[in-house]
Design a protein around this ligand. Structure first.
Ligand code: GAL
Length: 810
């Protein structure tokens, strides 16, 4: 452990730094990071001369990035993207933008950073091609400096080619669907993803923080510099600082190491995600040349073959969900507000971990996981050399996998939330011996950049002799997808190995749809290749009754996992419905049924099963709704916790008390429907914990609009989600209402998406109207940069009075 001498040295160095750094420019920022999303021109199609100066974009659209053109399209049964991608169009498109950089920036390094372009992008500046990037999920940048006309207009053009289809098993979106920034720094600067922070030793009294900084000199002269890195706590107080000096040859880069002692470190965990930050400053001749921020979370974790996972020494079950990257009605368009809404819903359900299925996600996603306290399994690939669909990443594997994997690790390795590197999901090479060499190669690449997190892969084959990825011996953590019946054998079969259920469940539900009787479990297809015997309206019961043949119901799965102490935890497939993969139904189903929350963001009932198990807050959730035919036999289920029993009442009459037996996760009653009120009371030691009631709704009387925010920012990005429903005169939701709602939005916002979460809804996500589905739909409004009250008018045109909601823009 730490030697006394080191502590003394560190203290002396810290003192010396305190005395010397005060003379440097304070508060000044050398690095300028500009939002580069605004004022792009866009047109679908191929325009090879678009990079040229005299090319006219007069008939192109002007838009703000991030942008996804697929989501603007119409669903087409014959679409080349096929069912897996939700029958939406793909194709080719071009973006072009004119911008000016001040003449005074001539001496600087100017780069453009793209967080993700789907896919096959080629970027041109003033007619010069800067490069191509096939991978649609990877972040990349280009140095523009030598091609810029300073003080004069410059033209940046981006070709996006998503034409070769099908190329994915889920919806990808098309275009520059993540943020773009212009980064201006001095010639002497921190390289792209140029820092790497680790915390090699953590004690109560102190933590050792190790920072590697890659300093880059883009000039043709040797440079001397002073490097000062300061750790700031959450209150922005500087709590540790280290200084180094160096010399760097022309047009080269050099790595510097900075070690800190952080006193009484506050630990990052999922409940209290305490974040520090490190600001690294480079000074040249006393002048600030660059300032660069690195997030810092102090935490330690362990995967144990017998005891599972622990975080900061505390046994912690990984209660995770897999998420795809789309934002429902926004398509692949990345927006931090949309992400936050999703993550808040997950947090409230009790989720403590996210698996980034099956590709690098956005920078904002990683930042939010740090800030909100999610453990991340960061995943690089869904395919290696062997394809899953005709035009997927296997075509780019040879030329790009090394660079893509390296860039992915470099971008994400400073995020304290990241605790596992997954090198692939259900990779075909697990079934043949080529899997051995590739696994070894990929693990080696990861280890060359980070040895602090285990390398894992999500495997389907759990028979040792048949799994060549496992046989490579290069995985630190075994991830297994599905086959929950086999988990109990793993400790003997994989003796001494650390294990996580990297993917589980794949059960199906449609929000608000109930088939009776609610007992009995149906798997689809009953036999491989056989059609699914489902509902004529492409719905699936929300009673957790239908599962894929390789999966399990939510309850079956959780009952199994909670008993396996050796297992680090699981990631449920999936937290949210996503566009594409609408199995088990064919067209017109266009989005998935696997989510615990639907595509519009409305929780399905099983959400509360998890909440009752994964949180300590009191939960009592009863369902279904209470609008049925007289005398119909209805099953009523309750998910609850923190109570010994639940008593159910129908119109004031007790239907008896029930409590969960053995490993039950819900209780149920079968009753004859009569209109009125169904009420549940949960009690502990005879004391009421919670009460819940549902009333039979009468005739439609009102449109109810409820926004998730009262005030929205005047920044052209902020979003407000407005939930629309119809109620009777007493305010009871009409649970089966399917009225068409027309929207008119004026003032400082615009309608950017509508959805009702119905998996077979073929109306456009960009329409100005939306049909309610099982009583609800959502309208998403985005700020347009006008400080004017937003008015949202909703009307049905069928006799129900219009409703108007006003939102402030700040
Ligand atoms: C898994 C796969 C996921 C998704 C899921 C659907 O095997 O890893 O990407 O396809 O099946 O059940």
């Amino acid at each position: 452990m730490i030697k006394h001498k080191n502590i003394l040295q560190n203290t002396l160095i810290a003192l010396a730094i305190l005395l010397t750094t005060t003379s440097f420019a304070q508060g000044k920022k050398a690095r300028i990071i500009e939002d580069f999303n605004k004022n792009w021109n866009f047109k679908l199609g191929d325009y090879p001369s678009a990079p040229q100066k005299d090319f006219s974009t007069a008939d192109w659209r002007t838009l703000q990035l991030p942008h996804d053109w697929s989501i603007e399209g119409t669903f087409d049964k014959d679409s080349k993207t096929k069912q897996a991608q939700g029958f939406l169009p793909a194709g080719k498109g071009w973006y072009r933008k004119t911008f000016t950089v001040p003449a005074s920036f001539k001496s600087k390094t100017i780069s453009v950073e793209f967080d993700g372009v789907f896919k096959n992008s080629e970027v041109f500046i003033n007619g010069h091609s800067l490069g191509i990037r096939p991978n649609g999920y990877i972040s990349f940048s280009y140095d523009l400096s030598q091609f810029l006309n300073f003080g004069q207009p410059n033209i940046i053009a981006v070709k996006v080619d998503n034409d070769a289809q099908p190329n994915s098993r889920w919806y990808t979106g098309s275009g520059i669907y993540r943020n773009v920034r212009l980064v201006i720094s001095e010639k002497l600067h921190v390289a792209e993803w140029g820092t790497f922070v680790t915390t090699p030793e953590i004690y109560k009294e102190k933590a050792l923080v190790h920072l590697e900084v890659e300093v880059k000199n883009d000039s043709d002269r040797e440079k001397e510099f002073i490097l000062v890195s300061t750790i700031f706590d959450k209150n922005n107080d500087d709590v540790a600082e280290v200084q180094a000096t160096g010399k760097i040859a022309a047009n080269s880069s050099s790595k510097k190491i900075q070690d800190f002692t952080l006193k009484k470190p506050k630990l990052w965990d999922t409940e209290n995600p305490y974040l520090y930050k490190i600001i690294t400053k480079i000074y040249e001749k006393g002048e600030l040349a660059d300032n660069y921020e690195t997030p810092l979370g102090v935490r330690f974790f362990d995967f144990d073959a017998e005891k599972g996972f622990s975080l900061n020494g505390k046994p912690t079950k990984i209660l995770g969900v897999c998420l795809h990257h789309d934002n429902g009605a926004l398509g692949a368009v990345e927006n931090i507000h949309a992400l936050k809404r999703k993550l808040v819903l997950m947090k409230e359900m009790g989720v403590n971990a996210i698996r980034m299925s099956h590709n690098p996600h956005s920078l904002e996603m990683m930042q939010l996981c740090d800030e909100m306290g999610f453990i991340v399994q960061d995943e690089a690939f869904d395919v290696w050399k062997k394809k899953k669909v005709t035009n997927d990443y296997h075509k780019d594997w040879d030329a790009w996998h090394k660079k893509d994997l390296e860039d992915f690790i470099k971008r994400d390795r400073n995020h304290p939330s990241v605790m596992m590197w997954s090198i692939g999901n259900e990779i075909r090479e697990q079934f043949d011996s080529t899997g051995i060499a590739i696994t070894k190669e990929l693990a080696k690449i990861v280890k060359s950049l980070d040895i602090t997190r285990p390398v894992t892969s999500a495997l389907t084959e759990n028979v040792i002799e048949k799994n060549f990825i496992y046989q490579s011996g290069a995985l630190d953590l075994l991830g297994f997808n599905y086959k929950h019946e086999d988990y109990k054998d793993f400790p003997t079969r994989f003796k001494g190995q650390k294990i996580i259920a990297s993917e589980s469940v794949s059960a199906l539900e449609t929000r608000g749809h109930y088939d009776f009787p609610a007992d009995g479990i149906k798997a689809w297809p009953p036999k491989h290749g056989a059609p699914f015997d489902g509902n004529a309206d492409w719905t699936v019961s929300a009673f957790d009754q239908v599962k894929s043949y390789w999966g399990a119901t939510h309850e079956e799965n959780w009952k199994t996992i909670k008993k396996q102490d050796f297992m680090a935890g699981t990631f449920i497939w999936t937290g949210f419905d996503y566009i594409g993969e609408p199995d088990p139904y064919p067209y017109p189903a266009r989005s998935s049924y696997f989510g615990i929350v639907d595509l519009a963001g409305f929780p399905k009932d099983v959400y509360y099963m998890y909440q009752s198990e994964w949180t300590i807050k009191p939960v009592l959730h009863i369902f279904p709704h209470w609008n049925w035919a007289k005398d119909q036999e209805v099953d009523v289920w309750a998910y609850y916790n923190n109570a010994d029993e639940v008593e159910l009442f129908l119109n004031g009459k007790s239907l008896g008390k029930k409590s969960k037996q053995n490993d039950d996760l819900h209780i149920s009653w079968r009753i004859k429907f009569e209109p009125g009120t169904i009420k549940a009371i949960s009690r502990k030691n005879g004391k009421v914990v919670l009460e819940k009631e549902i009333h039979t709704a009468g005739d439609a009387a009102k449109i109810d609009l409820s926004a998730d925010k009262k005030v929205i920012k005047n920044d052209t990005y902020d979003l407000v989600y407005v939930t629309v429903s119809i109620t009777d005169a007493a305010g009871n939701l009409l649970p089966t209402a399917n009225d068409l709602i027309n929207f008119e939005v004026s003032g400082g916002g615009k309608l950017v998406g509508v959805d009702n979460g119905y998996q077979a809804n073929l109306d456009s996500f960009k329409a100005s109207s939306c049909k309610l589905f099982n009583g609800k739909c959502i309208a998403i409004i985005q700020s347009i940069g006008k400080r004017e009250t937003i008015k949202i008018k909703a009307s049905t045109g069928n006799g129900i009075p219009d409703a108007v909601l006003e939102l402030k823009v700040d």
